[in-house]
Design a protein around this ligand. Structure first.
Ligand code: ZN
Length: 679
């Protein structure tokens, strides 16, 4: 099964929204949204609005599920790279116990490196996938180790000498483990990627292993390979080390299960109790059929107010797109904002029938598009600290086909981005025309939320495969093309007069705001997240670049223009209707590529439009961005939940918002760390 990619990561895009409305009854002025800033990262906080509207049982459910969400953090560190846990623990030992002078530039560089490792859940950048370059020397690192009490270092990785001898090259040798996920054409994707999903296995061996397993006649196939490491044993044979109770990552999984058991006792509905039971069964058995059963029940539950994700879900971290990183989130429905997605869901068939794709690839019957707007209460694993703002699950194509999917827009996260970006000068720098700036200021927030709704709720769920096409034919281009398909569907729908008719937008200016920003981001401003000399790697960024560059070229300066004014380059949309037509044409082609599994056409599109960066424009964008002193990436601290008791009886659950990012990371490493340094 090829994952249907489904996260729309928040980007610098939102920084364009300089001023947005504040929801009534909140304390935006007094709440400190941004709590830390280092390198290219800012750490924000989100508010769990309306937590007090939950019943005591619902609050308890949030509490238990939150604990379960925090218990898998180590799994992700180990999945990302085999030495991430010993590296993190060694750095934390120094951070905790170093007896030397901390008021030096080198110590500050060390601390910054540790913060980056925490943020990325490992030594590779969470977005670019490149290994971090430490801003301190190997000699200084030796001095740090020497001045830290021995007993603080992890003792489960051999002697201290063995530990240091292993992690030093991992930290300092730029040639080693240089990239976490490599998607470059023409090389062995596994041997050139540092992720820990495969151990001593080549791409050809892995592909052959899974090809032999797949039954192509099965209409309901399990997600082969999803929940285990593929390793080569001493006998030279390949075997899967399944992530389950008693298997690889068992100690962390057992903790997760113990909290899920408590959660089941206060489940929000009978069906929720049932699927929490299925999830527990799956964690115990490692049997992907159990996981499918869980997903089928989960996707059908529209009744519970409190909901969650907890498991091995997304496959972006595996260059072959088979193995899933561990992630979690706990949330509850935002009843007021969900009225918006209810309207979209109710009209899903209309949008499908009117989409600009080849009629044979349209879904004749759009099933079970359930969409809601949620408030997240906790983020964990691969959703933390960087998090998506929309999620569409489950991933298995046949479950989506037969049972539908659940799609969410995470509005309290979007709100935190908007609040934190107020008055940051981004729009003034990059948006040339005042009318575009005004539209973005006025409608940007609504446009962003609707784009996410449409992308998640309609885009990923739209279209169908031709008979005999499995869905994994696009290989390493699959995620990019899938994101492009969902984005194009959203962009095309957003400017449909039907949106006004349905009352979703008061004016098509909302779509104009989104179009102008999307194209500017895809052609220019997302380059703020790319290091000089590098190309675009990450699937969502490739997708945005592909769409914007393709439309620019095919609009032949009549739809989108690049204007140079005062030495600055600007991107201006001059024909919004023409742009919508181009979105439609490209959507039609990408849907055909997916439906027919046309690998070569997909590869050509991505490689032509989605990857290569113009170095001059890149430099200009970086220079202008540097002047603003903004961070292109953001992530979050979690709130803390505490049980309030009267004797033994729980009477309430309190939510608090700590402000010290490093303290939260150290707390998690102390209290939610259940795996050995070697797995
Ligand atoms: Zn998506």
């Amino acid at each position: 099964m090829k994952t249907i990619a489904k996260m729309m990561m928040m980007t610098g895009m939102i920084s364009g929204m300089a001023a947005c409305q504040t929801a009534p009854g909140t304390t935006a002025d007094s709440f400190r949204w941004q709590v830390d800033r280092f390198d290219d990262i800012k750490v924000l906080r989100y508010q769990v609005e309306d937590f007090d509207s939950l019943s005591l049982d619902q609050k308890l459910l949030v509490y238990y599920l939150s604990e379960a969400a925090l218990c898998g953090r180590d799994i992700l560190f180990d999945q990302n790279f085999r030495y991430n846990l010993p590296v993190r623990r060694t750095l934390e030992a120094i951070y905790e116990g170093y007896t030397g002078d901390r008021a030096t530039a080198e110590y500050a560089a060390f601390e910054k490196y540790l913060k980056k490792v925490w943020f990325a859940n490992g030594i590779h950048h969470h977005y670019s996938m490149d290994k971090f370059t430490p801003g301190f020397s190997e000699t200084y690192f030796d001095a740090l180790v020497a001045a830290t009490p021995t007993e603080l270092f992890p003792a489960d990785f051999g002697t201290q000498e063995e530990l240091i001898a292993t992690i030093k090259p991992a930290i300092f040798d730029p040639a080693l483990y240089a990239k976490r996920v490599n998607l470059d054409a023409g090389v062995d994707l596994l041997l050139t990627s540092a992720e820990n999903y495969y151990d001593g296995v080549t791409q050809a061996e892995a592909e052959a292993f899974y090809a032999a397993m797949v039954d192509t006649t099965d209409r309901q196939p399990i997600s082969y390979g999803l929940n285990g490491q593929l390793a080569k044993g001493n006998d030279g044979k390949l075997h899967e080390r399944v992530w389950k109770s008693g298997g690889m990552y068992g100690p962390a999984i057992d903790k997760i299960v113990s909290w899920l058991e408590k959660a089941a006792a206060v489940a929000d509905s009978p069906v929720q109790k049932e699927y929490i039971g299925e999830l527990i069964a799956y964690y115990r058995s490692g049997d992907l059929k159990d996981f499918d059963r869980y997903n089928i029940l989960w996707v059908g539950d529209n009744e519970s107010k409190v909901d969650f994700v907890n498991g091995f879900i997304e496959t972006y971290g595996d260059p072959l797109g088979k193995k899933a990183s561990w992630e979690a989130n706990v949330n509850f429905k935002n009843l007021e904002a969900t009225k918006r997605t209810d309207i979209i869901s109710a009209n899903a068939q209309w949008f499908e029938d009117h989409s600009p794709i080849d009629p044979q690839f349209r879904k004749s019957e759009v099933k079970g598009v359930s969409a809601k707007v949620i408030t997240v209460a906790i983020l964990g694993g691969d959703c933390f600290p960087a998090t998506p703002i929309g999620i569409n699950l489950p991933n298995a194509d046949w479950i989506r086909r037969d049972y539908g999917s659940k799609s969410v827009t995470i509005e309290n996260i979007t709100r935190a981005y908007v609040e934190a970006a107020k008055g940051d000068g981004f729009a003034e720098e990059f948006v040339m025309r005042p009318e575009d700036r005004e539209r973005m200021e006025k409608w940007g927030s609504l446009a962003d939320n609707l784009h996410t709704d449409l992308h998640e709720c309609l885009g990923h769920g739209s279209g169908q495969l031709a008979p005999g096409v499995r869905g994994d034919e696009l290989k390493n281009y699959g995620s990019t093309l899938e994101e492009a398909r969902a984005d194009l569907f959203a962009l095309y729908c957003l400017a449909d007069p039907k949106m006004v008719e349905l009352g979703l937008i008061p004016t098509l200016d909302v779509a104009k705001a989104e179009y102008a920003k999307y194209i500017m981001n895809g052609l220019m401003t997302q380059l703020t997240r790319i290091q000089p000399g590098k190309n675009v790697e990450e699937s969502h960024m490739r997708n945005r670049k592909l769409i914007a560059e393709w439309c620019y070229e095919n609009g032949a300066e009549k739809v989108i223009r690049k204007v140079v004014k005062g030495g600055n380059t600007y991107v201006v949309v001059t024909d919004f209707d023409g742009l919508r037509k181009l979105f439609g044409e490209l959507l039609k082609e990408i849907q055909r590529i997916k439906s027919e599994g046309d690998f070569v056409a997909g590869q050509t599109l991505v490689e032509t439009y989605g990857v290569k960066v113009d170095p001059d424009l890149h430099k200009e964008v970086l220079d202008r961005y540097a002047k603003l002193d903004l961070a292109p990436y953001a992530g979050f601290m979690n709130p803390v939940y505490t049980l309030l008791k009267d004797g033994d009886r729980v009477i309430d659950v309190k939510v608090e918002y700590p402000e010290d990012y490093a303290a939260q990371m150290m707390d998690y490493s102390k209290n939610y760390s259940f795996l050995p340094s070697k797995n």
